[in-house]
Design a protein. Structure first.
Ligand SMILES: [Zn+2]
Length: 138
């Protein structure tokens, strides 16, 4: 699983302290008092996913809400034209997505990705998850 074989041991408490108990996705406060499966419970997110070659090391992880982490759903935000073009190359190989991928510019892809990964969107999604969670618990 690990691309370079490096293994570091760290805990959610350690990463939480380092990150000031702020969620790396929605920028909201994270409280250890919330426990899984509460969407507000703390979790560790891999910034570059393991699947994409990221490592399970301190420099590649951040504190997030479990719900925000789940929302991110293994998609790495696109920051550069190069990243967008490499994602487009993947889409072009999928027949059903080919026409869609051909119609997008790298700039469109980056703009959509950044809108998808905005703190505002994560906050709204988390609020909905919390609402559902509270309703189901009653
Ligand atoms: Zn969050």
């Amino acid at each position: 699983m690990r691309s370079n074989g490096s293994i570091e041991r760290f805990t959610v408490e350690e990463i939480g302290e380092r990150d000031g108990w702020v969620c790396g996705l929605c920028q909201g406060p994270v409280d250890l008092a919330h426990q899984h499966p509460d969407p507000r419970s703390p979790s560790i997110d891999h910034i570059r996913t393991i699947a994409a070659g990221g490592t399970d090391t301190r420099d590649n992880v951040r504190l997030t809400h479990w719900g925000c982490n789940h929302e991110r759903n293994d998609s790495t935000p696109l920051g550069t034209v190069e990243e967008a073009e490499s994602q487009r190359a993947v889409l072009l190989r999928i027949p059903a997505l080919r026409a869609y991928a051909e119609g997008l510019t790298a700039e469109d892809m980056i703009r959509r990705s950044q809108a998808f990964h905005s703190p505002e969107r994560y906050r709204a999604k988390l609020a909905r998850r919390v609402e559902r969670y509270e309703r189901e618990r009653r």
